[in-house]
Design a binder for this molecule. Structure first.
Ligand SMILES: [Zn+2]
Length: 309
């Protein structure tokens, strides 16, 4: 009898401790194509989502080849988030071939895309899919408001019970984006026009330059980092000298050696490291989108206003 009581008590205890956990919905499984998107999904979803990014911190999404494990993640996901604009076509292919009718959220939906002007100096001869648009829309903070709205709407559609949660997070984050946008404009306003002319490794800052009034020249195009041709590099070096471009920046993705050479031959200073297409790891200076943009702002302003050469 005592034993029976003990068993019943045990069963009750197990029920009581496990019921709340099983009654609470499991987090929504979201797969995002690259680290910046993953961060935005986390900001909007917080504890209601579990986010996996296929292209991680400091990794290059251009020309990424999904692994079999990525296909499995896409198959098991509740939601798949892609940038669009030709940045991550492999993500949409992965979603299609995963055999699931999962909606792919194209986070950049609604932004006004900048044309890929072709005003960059690299060879197109390696079979890369060169899109009609510049995909790096997140470099204009106003565009990220579209990203966040699209992500919030998609999360709410996949998890209607969380709709209010997602909307409130999106609103809170939107205010942080507004503050960031204002800070970028204020800081850059103090940089003289003649200094607002810089070189980066690949053409990732078109939106930033367009919105905030900085002219970016790039060694390679919008869709890859490594294919600057010898003739293109020579042309860029001549342009650096002719226009007295003061500073050249490396990026966290791609090979810094080319940029180092361009700076030396073009007679420009070497600035700090910009985070263009990927966040840093958690211990780096750019572990979130907001921190990435603030870090880039500091590096850019410091580079543009640094000591005369
Ligand atoms: Zn890029």
């Amino acid at each position: 009898m005592n034993r029976l009581v003990a068993l019943v008590a045990l069963a009750l205890a197990v029920l009581l401790t496990t019921t709340p956990a099983t009654a609470r919905a499991a987090p929504l499984e979201v797969v995002a194509s690259f680290s910046i998107l993953g961060d935005l999904v986390r900001e909007v979803g917080t504890d209601r989502v579990r986010v996996t990014t296929l292209v991680g911190p400091d990794e290059d999404a251009h020309g990424f080849q999904p692994r079999p494990s990525d296909a499995r993640l896409a198959r098991e996901a509740d939601l798949i988030v892609a940038n669009g604009l030709g940045f991550d076509p492999w993500m949409e292919r992965l979603a299609r071939s995963s055999g699931h009718p999962r909606a792919v959220v194209v986070a950049s939906e609604g932004v006004t895309p900048l044309k890929d002007t072709g005003d960059h100096r690299h060879s197109h001869g390696h079979g890369h899919n060169h899109g009609a648009f510049d995909p790096h829309a997140w470099q204009d903070v106003a565009n990220v408001r579209h990203y966040v709205a699209n992500i919030a709407a998609a999360l709410a559609a996949a998890d209607p019970d969380g709709a209010t949660h997602y909307r409130e997070n999106a609103n809170r984050y939107g205010r942080e984006l507004d503050a960031l946008d204002a800070d970028i404009q204020t800081r850059l306003a103090a940089v003289p026009d003649a200094s607002r002319k810089i070189v980066t490794a690949h053409d990732a800052f078109g939106y930033f330059g367009h919105t905030y009034g900085v002219r970016f020249l790039a060694a390679a195009g919008v869709s890859n980092h490594s294919e600057a041709s010898a003739a293109g590099v020579a042309r860029l070096v001549r342009q650096l000298r002719r226009e007295a471009v003061p500073v050249v920046f490396i990026e966290n993705v791609g090979d810094p050696r080319l940029i180092d050479r361009i700076a030396r031959e073009g007679g420009a200073r070497l600035g700090g490291k910009l985070y263009s297409d990927a966040l840093s790891g958690p211990d780096g200076p750019a572990p979130t989108y907001l921190k990435m943009m603030r870090h880039n702002l500091e590096v850019l302003v410091e580079g543009m206003t640094g000591a005369d050469r």
